[in-house]
Design a protein around this ligand. Structure first.
Ligand SMILES: *[C@@H]1O[C@H](CO)[C@@H](O)[C@H](O)[C@H]1NC(C)=O
Ligand SMILES: *[C@@H]1O[C@H](CO)[C@@H](O)[C@H](O)[C@H]1NC(C)=O
Ligand SMILES: *[C@@H]1O[C@H](CO)[C@@H](O)[C@H](O)[C@H]1NC(C)=O
Length: 957
């Protein structure tokens, strides 16, 4: 383990013995001067011709002069931009709108200004905010008035990393348009050219408050191509072009239209593993690809500058054409400072390389994306040629590949402390940008200040994109709405838009609004993570995650507000407020011995004393906290994969009998693989989940095909598989998948295979686990999303049951469209595990989702639970296991009172056990988790201990 590094301010120029860096003289200024003198010269020549008619040659020279003049123009809005009376995106059918009684987060004063008042929208612009005088209002004949009753209003969310439209959903083979596989260096490629206007995400993400996104080409290429900011609302023209926000002027001309002020252009680049894997390169090749490309651009730029200096000094005799090249002009604009360069770049080795390119070719990197090691090397990033780059991050997604392994939830706060602009981004559809605000909520939970957290998805990305003059703030003269009215404080979990305006046009005319608890109207008072944030830097991104202390004897939890208990199927909620003696301010205590809860009550009733500590009694002050059942994770390869993209860190995939002959050493396809045999303990996602209250996981063998194998239920905190309590069920359920996603065999072929395996028990010596399924001994867990496939499986269940006379325990996982069969599932006694908990129509089979508020009143969970279906929630990737408690809180809030707190907890505990193992654990073998300062549903609490009767101890974290 390395020691913590001190990042003392260093005079950058003197490091490594380099000469101090000189401020670059912007060539553009020289060119401006040259162009000015040229214009004078040209005018003089024209006058000298006497008749005032310019000769052919002088016309050419004037054209050349204008082109050279253009080189010096700085991109951005014209100086009189805020005198505009209409937005260029105004739609004449839009009524003027008055939003009344709002709590407005304006984005001003570093995100700390909040104005209580009204907002007036007209002609696609915000015309006034604050107290709007009656006389102003009286001027309008038609004014839409929206009273928002003191709700929070923020600027529309700006997503600084999206592939919306280019990697469109549902994913079809005709919609992979987010990069070119034909060239690793493709500065000519334009994301606009692939923008599918039928992507289902526009409407869904708008419903999450996203109003603007920049569509970046994918990160396969070293220079992936040109990116374009869009607004998400549908337009009358229905074209990709009409979605563009401030397109650069040469979008429909080969070279710039000289009459228009240039806008910022955007370029996407990538370092590291992506170009390495897609284009068969190594990191050395990637760097050379950058250098070779920018060297070509520099040569072209130099020839342009030479041309322009000739023009300026009147040496125009054999001038020829202005040197230009469609393939390279974008990179010349990068070198001229007209482009915001956004670079996907993760690790120290790559960030360092990127900064060397920036220095060598003298252009600034506007933003570094993913950047999982940025917080470890802030001084490297300060070497950027120009201001510090913005850092665009995920909140908790990490460890899926080597370069993401050291990603940290504390990066946003650490980078902010180092003075970097931090942006939270979606990489949509990698994360569903509908929930981009959740990234800011998590960043805030782990220590990013409130003002910076809200700015990280609004003003900061707007400013970094060079669009801060019109979006990302609520100010007079800015685009009319883009603004969002929220049902709760934007940093409280589950905050959902009530209204979304884009260009002054209401995008949610009939929102389904859920009443949120009043405590959600202010920012959560988040726990202190200073020590954890310091440790992650000290340990070079890999801080120890094991429990600090394992206590085998007695542990007393004091100042407890609530205890959620569980026994078998049931979860009960017990309030301990008012039960305590005076010493503990009316709160209760919970006494644990050898990892089992012995007594719930008061010092008196439990016969212990806090003030006279006894021998062997560990006291933990929960500060008004709560104890609840350990949660269960399902769906990700927890325990079977450590770094998803690295085979050597994983158990690997089982054989798919549709694709490959099962090797004879395995017998036949009835020899099922058991996950328990491939489990690895102590992985970082597992321990991170454990520290977040998720104490066990049910994992099936990894499979990319029809046949899965036998899942296992195990502890996420155990050191190895022989520890007491490490393995809870060796065999939980039998897993298969029926989906187009897993094999090229048809759906009906997959069902035929399943029918045969269930109806014709195997012969031979081995145990046939399909027979266990038909006899109802273990659940049959089937991954299926489409309602039609689920209906077929319900029929198959009946068919097999009537043939065998036994009842099958069947569970559908994934289940995006299960809500369409809520009644039938309940009737057939088939339960579902929704995976992910909040559905997204990624695939055709998943497209008929029930999106929940504000688009529908019901959520998939509330609809299914309402019909009596047993429902669990799952995840897809291991990093997400830690977020289970946020998913539960969200599910409960969204359901608008249709599911209780107890029911919410069951979704990720007892219900998952019932659905995936076929039975639930008793109280005596269930883990409990102690939260300090709140309960599992809020962002004010922190896990401090895990109480484990199986391990007969308490882990103090
Ligand atoms: C903005 O606020 C953050 C957090 O409160 C602070 O760290 C930062 O220094 C502030 N920036 C400015 C320019 O005041
Ligand atoms: C080219 O595109 C710009 C920006 O969208 C637009 O303003 C202009 O009218 C277009 N020009 C032509 C000739 O279509
Ligand atoms: C319970 O909370 C009170 C108030 O913060 C504190 O004074 C007391 O020490 C706590 N009890 C224990 C046992 O830590």
């Amino acid at each position: 383990m390395s020691d913590s590094k001190e990042y003392a301010p260093v005079d950058e120029g003197h490091r490594w013995g380099r000469a101090p860096r000189r401020k670059p003289v912007w060539t553009s200024k020289l060119i401006a001067l040259a162009a000015l003198s040229l214009t004078v010269l040209t005018l003089w020549r024209v006058q000298r011709q006497g008749d005032g008619i310019p000769s052919l040659q002088s016309e050419q020279i004037a054209k050349a002069a204008a082109r050279c003049d253009y080189l010096a123009r700085e991109p951005g809005p014209p100086p009189d931009f805020h005198q505009r009376t209409h937005s260029d995106r105004f739609d004449p059918d839009t009524p003027a709108t008055l939003i009344r009684r709002a709590k407005i987060w304006t984005g001003n004063e570093n995100g700390t200004e909040i104005i209580h008042g009204d907002i007036l929208l007209e002609n696609g612009l915000i015309v006034d905010i604050g107290h709007i005088h009656k006389s102003t209002i009286k001027k309008y004949k038609h004014l839409e008035v929206v009273d928002v009753h003191n709700a929070w209003v923020t600027p529309g969310i700006v997503d600084m990393h999206s592939h919306m439209g280019d990697d469109s959903v549902p994913e079809l083979s005709g919609s992979d348009d987010y990069y070119t596989p034909n060239a690793a260096v493709a500065p000519w490629a334009r994301s606009l050219d692939g923008l599918n206007t039928h992507d289902l995400s526009y409407e869904l993400s708008t419903a999450g408050g996203v109003t603007t996104a920049i569509v970046l080409p994918g990160s396969a290429g070293v220079i992936g191509g040109q990116a374009f900011p869009i607004k998400l609302r549908k337009t009358k023209e229905r074209s990709p072009t009409s979605l563009l926000l401030e397109p650069p002027i040469n979008i429909n001309t080969s070279f710039p239209d000289l009459n228009i002020t240039p806008q910022w252009r955007h370029l996407k680049q990538a370092c590291g593993e992506n170009p390495v894997s897609v284009f068969g390169m190594t990191r050395m090749d990637v760097t050379w690809a950058f250098r070779e490309a920018y060297n070509k651009a520099r040569q072209l730029k130099e020839s342009q500058d030479t041309y322009c200096s000739k023009v300026a000094s009147g040496l125009t005799d054999d001038l020829g054409d202005f040197p230009d090249d469609l393939e390279w002009e974008m990179l010349v604009d990068v070198l001229r400072g007209k482009v915001k360069v956004h670079t996907h770049c993760y690790e120290a080795v790559d960030l360092d390389q990127l900064m060397r390119i920036s220095e060598e070719f003298q252009f600034p990197i506007a933003s570094v994306h993913h950047a999982s090691e940025a917080y470890l090397v802030p001084d490297v990033l300060k070497r950027n040629h120009g201001p510090k780059p913005a850092i665009a991050l995920f909140a908790s997604q990490a460890r899926y590949k080597r370069e993401a392994y050291r990603g940290s939830e504390f990066a946003p706060r650490i980078l902010t402390e180092h003075g970097f602009d931090v942006v939270m981004k979606s990489d949509h559809p990698v994360l569903n940008s509908r929930y981009l605000l959740f990234e800011a909520q998590q960043a805030h939970y782990y220590g990013l200040p409130e003002n910076v957290a809200i700015a990280s998805v609004t003003s900061t990305p707007a400013r970094v994109l060079g669009l801060g003059h019109r979006v990302g703030y609520i100010k007079p003269g800015w685009d009319a709405g883009d603004l969002v009215v929220w049902d709760s404080h934007p940093l409280s979990i589950g905050a959902t838009p009530i209204h979304v305006f884009i260009d002054g046009i209401s995008q949610l005319p009939s929102a389904h609004v859920v009443l949120k608890p009043s405590s959600h109207q202010k920012a959560p008072k988040v726990p202190n993570f200073d020590k954890e944030a310091a440790a992650v830097v000290e340990y070079d991104g890999l801080p120890p995650l094991k429990a600090k202390k394992k206590v085998g004897g007695r542990v007393l939890f004091a100042n407890v507000t609530t205890l959620f208990s569980r026994d078998g199927d049931e979860v009960t909620e017990m309030s301990l407020v008012g039960s305590g003696s005076e010493d503990v301010e009316g709160l209760g205590i919970v006494l644990v011995e050898d990892g089992a809860i012995q007594c719930i009550g008061t010092e008196h009733s439990c016969a212990v004393s806090v003030s006279r500590p006894q021998h062997n009694l560990e006291i933990v002050d929960l500060k008004g906290g709560s104890i609840s059942p350990g949660l269960v994770s399902f769906g990700a390869p927890l325990g079977t994969a450590e770094i998803l993209s690295e085979d050597s860190t994983n158990d690997g995939d089982v054989f798919d009998p549709f694709v490959k002959r099962v090797p004879s050493v395995l017998g036949d396809e009835r020899t099922l693989v058991r996950a328990v045999d491939g489990l690895a303990f102590g992985g970082r996602d597992a321990l991170t989940a454990y520290r977040s209250g998720v104490t066990t996981a049910i994992t099936a063998p990894s499979s990319t095909g029809f046949l899965g194998g036998l899942s296992s239920h195990f502890s996420l905190g155990a050191e190895h598989g022989l520890k007491h309590g490490a393995i809870i069920s060796e065999v939980a359920g039998l897993h298969v998948a029926v989906s187009h996603a897993v094999t090229s065999a048809s759906i009906s072929t997959q069902v035929a295979a399943l029918r045969r395996l269930l109806l014709h028990p195997g012969e031979g010596p081995g145990r046939d686990h399909f027979a266990d399924v038909t006899k109802g001994r273990i659940p049959l867990v089937i991954e299926a999303h489409s309602a039609d496939i689920i209906a077929t499986l319900i029929r198959l269940k009946k068919e097999v049951e009537s043939a065998t006379g036994h009842t099958i325990k069947m569970t559908i996982t994934g289940a995006s469209e299960a809500h369409l069969l809520a009644r039938e599932l309940a009737h057939a006694d088939v339960g579902v595990v929704l995976k992910p908990a909040r559905p997204f129509p990624l695939k055709w089979e998943e497209k008929r989702i029930l999106p929940g508020p504000p688009l529908t009143e019901d959520t998939a969970i509330s609809r299914l639970v309402g019909h009596g279906v047993t429902v669990g929630i799952g995840i897809i990737e291991s990093w997400d296991a830690r977020n289970a408690r946020f998913d539960l809180a969200w599910a409960g809030l969204e359901a608008g009172g249709k599911i209780s707190r107890k029911q919410a907890i069951k979704l990720a505990s007892t219900n998952l056990e019932k659905l995936l193992i076929g039975s639930t654990r008793s109280k005596d073998t269930s883990d409990f988790v102690a939260f300090e300062g709140g309960d599992l549903f809020d962002l004010e609490s922190k896990v401090v201990a895990v109480i484990s009767p199986l391990q007969r101890s308490v882990d103090l974290l």
